[in-house]
Design a protein around this ligand. Structure first.
Ligand code: ATP
Ligand code: MG
Length: 483
């Protein structure tokens, strides 16, 4: 087929320096750029990959040298533009045939297993995201963090560990970053070195390239979990006690305005997703996110996503634009993936103008700090309001703050369920309903603790829970948690 060349051609392409020049072409073969731009199959589906196992294979310098030799020979031999027309399986098959030919012609000594790994790596390089592929194929990884070509870290089970995945050089890493961001119509280079993107599977990607990233491109991927964690999973992982989960369910079902606060990667979005499962089927819900991560199961949901400016710096649609627009869409609840700017004002307004049960997340280390952040987001948004007015607005809108945290042992816990009660003078008064109390550490360094009710029998949202017929369950859950 198109990729096939005679043994002499392969020999020629791979053994002489003239190989980099366009070799005599068969009719129809286009002149290809060297490995710089590689083909992605049209359906964008990542190619078949080895999973966990291949990430663990130790790849020596010799291995990389052999791979480079074969890779260069392959690129000179194959017509990438035609390869891109094939489905991933056929493309991989084509590459496999040619690589096997190159190996036998160049008389390279390799075991079957080595040859298999090499084929897999080359397929990943040509068709997918190169050395990242084995990591992307693993379901147990939460984050992938690449700090330049030589160092890649992953987060597994709440712990960050270094992998032996490395890139040929920073140029290869940059090409892969480029390939990822080009799929969402963006570009990353010296002129625009910061870029957010998404993988076809929904994973969230951030790239920051040199000269801003001093030691080579830094790529961060938050893997998209197809099967999102449920409240039951959070209970099983002991992130929350069964009674705490019951209280959260009542909060969600009684349309109580909720803010989820937490540090980076503490599980805010996951918790928000769990909270949305308590929304009734007939409620009209509008979600606003920077990158769609939430997976609501209800039928009446409109999902909105912000848009970064294009290469000319135009066309940006901010979170504030979306939240403002939501209000004209007759929402019953508004869910904001992450509140980080002046949209805080619009969300609060929505919350106290009849959109009960609206929710959002924000970065903060405690419920109190979360409320302060809302205040500073509004102040910095240029609203000329006295802080007393802003605080009154916060108190009038937000009923509950739930705090998520990633503890030092890597576990994720809900550490506070806190009510916002009112203001006293200039201060916002809050009251904890549930707290996570650390009692010690076991021999493996795992934190031991328990979620306990603070003894409040009648929270401020009691009447609301009663209105929705949930007050008996609420009293039972609070009683059980206090024991
Ligand atoms: N309670 C939990 N137990 C175990 N893993 C969890 C828990 N909550 C979240 N995770 C996992 O932790 C990772 C980060 O979760 P999530 O995206 O919800 O965090 P986040 O606080 O929204 O992060 P960011 O600040 O980056 O938006 C995900 O892989 C998720 O599956
Ligand atoms: Mg998040």
């Amino acid at each position: 087929m198109f990729g096939k060349r005679t043994a002499q051609q392969i020999e020629k392409a791979s053994s002489s320096s003239a190989a980099r020049k366009p070799a005599p072409q068969s009719p129809g073969k286009k002149v290809m750029a060297p490995p710089k731009v590689t083909a992605v199959p049209q359906n964008n589906k990542p190619p078949v990959t080895d999973t966990k196992k291949s990430a663990e294979v130790v790849r020596s310098d010799g291995y990389f040298q052999t791979k480079t030799t074969i890779f260069n020979a392959l690129i000179d031999t194959i017509d990438l533009s035609q390869l891109a027309q094939l489905d991933p399986e056929s493309a991989a098959e084509e590459i496999r045939d040619i690589v096997n030919e190159i190996i036998s012609i160049k008389n390279l000594q390799m075991s079957i297993a080595e040859q298999e790994h090499l084929l897999q790596d080359i397929c990943n390089d040509v068709l997918g995201y190169g050395p990242l592929e084995p990591l992307l194929a693993r379901d147990d990884i939460a984050d992938v963090m690449v700090n330049g070509a030589g160092r890649t870290f992953i987060e597994v089970n709440g712990k960050i560990e270094q992998t032996d995945v490395r890139f040929r050089d920073n140029a290869q890493l940059m090409n892969i970053c480029q390939r990822i961001v080009s799929q969402v119509g963006r570009r990353v280079d010296e002129a625009s070195p910061i870029c957010d993107a998404r993988l076809p599977d929904g994973s969230r990607v951030n790239v920051i390239a040199p000269p801003l990233a001093i030691d080579g491109p830094a790529l961060t991927i938050r893997k998209f979990k197809k099967d999102k964690l449920t409240m039951n999973d959070l209970v099983n992982f002991q992130s929350i006690s069964p009674e705490g989960a019951k209280v959260l369910e009542i909060i969600g079902a009684s349309r109580i305005n909720t803010l989820i606060s937490g540090g980076t990667g503490s599980g805010k979005t996951t918790l928000l997703n769990c909270m949305t499962s308590f929304i009734e089927e007939d409620e009209r819900v509008i979600t606003c996110e920077d990158a769609a991560e939430l997976q609501l199961q209800q039928p009446h949901v409109v999902r909105l996503e912000t848009r970064p400016p294009n290469l000319e710096g135009q066309g940006e649609v901010t979170m504030r634009d979306l939240v403002k627009n939501c209000l004209r869409m007759r929402p019953e609840r508004i869910i904001v993936g992450e509140v980080r700017g002046p949209e805080a004002f619009d969300l609060l307004q929505a919350m106290n103008t009849g959109h009960d049960g609206s929710m959002g997340t924000l970065h903060a280390n405690s419920p109190r700090e979360g409320l302060q952040r809302v205040e500073s987001m509004i102040t910095m948004g240029g609203y000329n309001l006295p802080s007393k007015t802003i605080r009154e607005m916060i108190v009038g809108s937000i009923d509950i703050v739930i705090q998520a945290a990633r503890l030092r042992d890597g576990s994720r816990r809900i550490t506070h369920i806190t009510e916002v009660l009112g203001t006293e003078g200039d201060t916002i008064i809050t009251q904890d309903l549930f707290v996570f109390e650390i009692t010690g550490e076991d021999d493996d360094g795992k934190i031991i603790g328990r979620h306990k009710s603070t003894g409040i029998a009648r929270p401020a949202f009691w009447d609301r829970a009663k209105y929705y017929g949930k007050h008996i369950e609420l009293a039972e859950a609070l009683d059980a948690a206090g024991e």
